[in-house]
Design a protein around this ligand. Structure first.
Ligand code: HEM
Length: 401
């Protein structure tokens, strides 16, 4: 553990780190990938390009540094990252490498401010943080490896069905190549897909939309585009290169954004765009395991062309009197209205009407949707402990409820 003066020294570093956050982490990645190009098989190249990962890693290291004497206070955040790390097969031996280059970058950018004493304490703090992550990740790996049908690393599956669900989202149904059992996931979890391209393996997470306990996993895949309209490496591969019958390698299910289908609280599922995928998985799990539970689902999309899984949701609602669903199109035609679609975006009034104080709210979608809905939930004083959220893409620069 750190001494009181050491904790103070780490705390005094936090504002400096924040001020130079992106600079330090950009430098960190450049140096680390030069020395360890093999790590480019783990890290997301698009995130590097966008600078998003830099922010995520930076802000979490500082969050951890700021809570160095009580890491349990940020346990839920660490859980989320630890699951992500496990889905990427991050191992304990990676931590000293990250620590070494983070420290070198720190010294590079901050210069003389990093005295030998500062460096010693920083390294000690990093070790405390790394140990906390490593322990949590080892627990997760152990539990997955000990589950029936569980595995660590990547396992070959066959694409049994590939269905275009709307303009930019498809679903893939995956069965294990070895025909052996597969681990039962928790609703809301994701798997990582590994795709080889340009000499590297590329890893991306996709949410499970199938109910737990099947002999297959079904995932939703949105065709991603970056801010230059360049298509995502993995999602475009899955959309254009992979077909039914092809072999694909995936991780076991991971993720801390989960719902217990057997609980009795009413559930409100709020989805923006492709954020519907984990929430549909949750609705399916409740439908199968606790069908009398009250579920209210809202799915907001831009317009008809971007509306996926609408028929499936209608069928779920038709078969379960305790389920109800609202679909919103930002651009809504008369024909859409006649088909039961509501025009516009989610409003405070809608939430007031549908989000009872007792309800567990799960929200998932793109950042603007999440920001808007979260602030509305705060405005109607929905208890923070009953708000659960997942941001697609690097998290943690995102506020926790
Ligand atoms: C993702 C923090 C160590 C590899 C992340 C994220 C955070 C984070 C906040 C974003 C989570 C998200 O996307 O939701 C940390 C901290 C570390 C640490 C605080 C040290 C204490 C490591 C190590 C590795 C690693 C040792 C392995 C070499 C990754 C990868 C991602 C990630 C590959 C996914 C995003 C991407 O590919 O850019 N980490 N991490 N991290 N981390 Fe770590």
């Amino acid at each position: 553990a750190l001494q009181r003066e050491e904790i103070q020294l780490v705390a005094s570093l936090v504002p400096v780190l924040k001020a130079h956050g992106s600079e330090i982490t950009t430098r960190f990645y450049n140096m680390m990938f030069t020395a360890h190009p093999e790590l480019l098989n783990i890290f997301n190249h698009s995130n590097q390009r966008d600078g998003l990962q830099q922010q995520a890693l930076a802000s979490s290291v500082y969050a951890a540094a700021a809570h160095i004497d009580n890491l349990d206070a940020i346990e839920p955040v660490v859980q989320h990252i630890a699951h992500k790390h496990c889905s990427l097969n991050v191992q304990p031996e990676h931590y000293p490498i990250v620590g070494k280059y983070l420290t070198l970058a720190l010294k590079d950018v901050l210069g003389n401010a990093v005295t030998p004493e500062v460096e010693r304490v920083w390294l000690k703090a990093y070790d405390v943080i790394a140990d906390y992550f490593i322990r949590m990740e080892q627990d997760i790996y152990r539990s997955v490896a000990g589950s029936k049908g569980g595995w660590t690393g990547f396992r070959p599956f066959i694409i049994r069905r590939k269905v275009q669900e709307c303009t930019d989202i498809l679903s893939l149904t995956l069965e294990p190549e070895d025909g052996q059992p597969i681990m039962t996931h928790q609703p809301g979890q994701y798997i990582t897909v590994k795709v080889q391209k340009d000499g590297y393996s590329h890893l991306r997470q996709y949410s499970l939309i199938s109910a737990p306990g099947k002999s297959y996993y079904r995932i939703g895949v949105k065709l991603e585009r970056d801010n230059t309209e360049k298509a995502g490496i993995v999602s475009s591969s899955l959309h254009y290169d992979f077909n039914e019958g092809d072999r694909i390698e995936i991780s076991a299910p991971y993720g801390a954004f989960t719902l217990d289908p057997h609980a009795s609280t009413d559930v409100l599922l709020l989805a923006g765009g492709v954020g519907i995928t984990p929430l549909l998985g949750m609705a399916r799990a409740i439908a199968e395991e606790n069908p009398g539970r009250r579920v209210t689902l809202l799915h907001a999309v831009r317009e008809k062309a971007y509306h996926a899984f609408g028929e499936e949701i209608n069928e779920l609602v038709a078969a379960h009197p305790s389920f109800s669903a609202t679909t919103l199109y930002e651009r809504c035609t008369d024909a859409d209205r006649q088909a039961g679609i509501t025009a516009g975006r989610i409003t405070l009034d809608w939430l007031r009407e549908h989000a009872g104080q007792h309800m567990d709210v799960y929200l998932c979608g793109p950042r603007p949707f999440m920001t808007a809905v979260l602030s509305m939930l705060q405005e109607i004083n929905h208890p923070a402990s009953q708000i659960h959220l997942e941001v697609f893409g690097p998290a943690l620069s995102f506020p926790q409820p």
